[in-house]
Ligand binder design. Structure first.
Ligand code: B1M
Length: 209
């Protein structure tokens, strides 16, 4: 199956076509990870590159994001299906000021698939909201996502909020997102950095083992 057609449908923001091709690919036994990586995620990189070069603008990026989400919705039941008993709890969200949620949703789905009970706070999440939810559900992990260099510093505000409340040591922070790095995680005293959703699962399993 030619997943290039899927990538093109995401790039064009054609959600209906994306759904159709993902269903078709699954019926032809193409693996969900190949559909995700080759068809969906790569398309967003192309869109990002075009945006950088002023070949597409915010409305087109938004259409592509909607199309990508349509594809992910089809894959979600497969990615999150797990027969195992929950191994822990995690709160996840995209930090304040940041509206990007595709990567965060992907991390949520994969962690859920790994048997972690997920509490998704969505986008534009304040430090106070992370703290309140983490305490309420007695989370093991607090997972922060940021896609902008301008919102990444807010991750430190979240860690500081937990310090201020005197509960920092009760939670393990995992952070990620395109501009984030291992050294940045260290610099803000987050516990772990995960490069992508697959690494996030490895990291979470290691923590909860
Ligand atoms: Co925006 N955007 N965007 N955007 N957008 C980027 C991020 C950008 C790199 C594009 C570019 O210039 N090439 C650029 C950021 C530049 C920078 O800061 N250095 C950018 C910009 C500038 C902007 C605006 C400022 C544009 C404007 O208004 N002028 C604006 C900001 C809005 C805001 O947030 N306040 C904006 C808006 C948008 C849309 C709303 C239109 C839309 C998002 C819609 C949505 O998410 N529902 C959008 C999109 C779609 C993108 C690109 C094209 C795609 C992002 C994406 O979904 N990638 C993006 C370009 C790019 O990434 N190449 C771009 C696919 C996704 C699977 O990858 O999110 O990286 P990603 O997630 C990965 C890893 O990062 C990691 O795992 C995921 C899976 O492997 N990961 C984690 C993520 N979170 C993690 C958490 C973890 C662990 C791993 O642990 C907890």
């Amino acid at each position: 199956m030619d997943l290039n057609q899927l990538s093109l449908a995401v790039q064009k923001g054609n959600a209906a076509k994306v759904k159709e091709i993902v269903n078709e690919a699954l019926a032809q036994k193409v693996s969900p990870s190949e559909i995700l990586n080759t068809g969906l995620i790569d398309a967003m990189s192309v869109v990002g590159e075009k945006f950088k070069n002023n070949e597409v603008y915010v409305p087109e990026m938004l259409m592509s994001a909607k199309a990508m989400n349509a594809g992910m919705q089809v894959l979600e039941p497969i990615l999150t299906s797990t027969g195992v008993k929950p191994i822990g709890k995690a709160v996840i969200g995209t930090v304040k000021g940041d509206l990007h949620d595709i990567g965060k949703n992907l991390v949520r789905m994969m962690l859920k698939g790994a048997g972690i009970e997920m509490y998704d706070l969505g986008i534009d999440v304040t430090a106070e909201a992370f703290l309140a939810k983490a305490k309420e559900v007695q989370a093991d992990l607090v997972c922060l996502s940021a896609l902008l260099t301008t919102t990444m510093p807010y991750m430190e505000s979240v860690v500081k909020e937990f310090e201020k409340a005197g509960v920092r040591d009760q939670f393990t922070f995992v952070i990620g997102g395109a501009p984030v790095s291992e050294s940045y995680a260290k610099s803000i005293k987050a516990d772990y950095y995960a490069d992508d959703a697959v690494v996030a699962v490895d990291v979470a399993k290691k923590i909860l083992a």
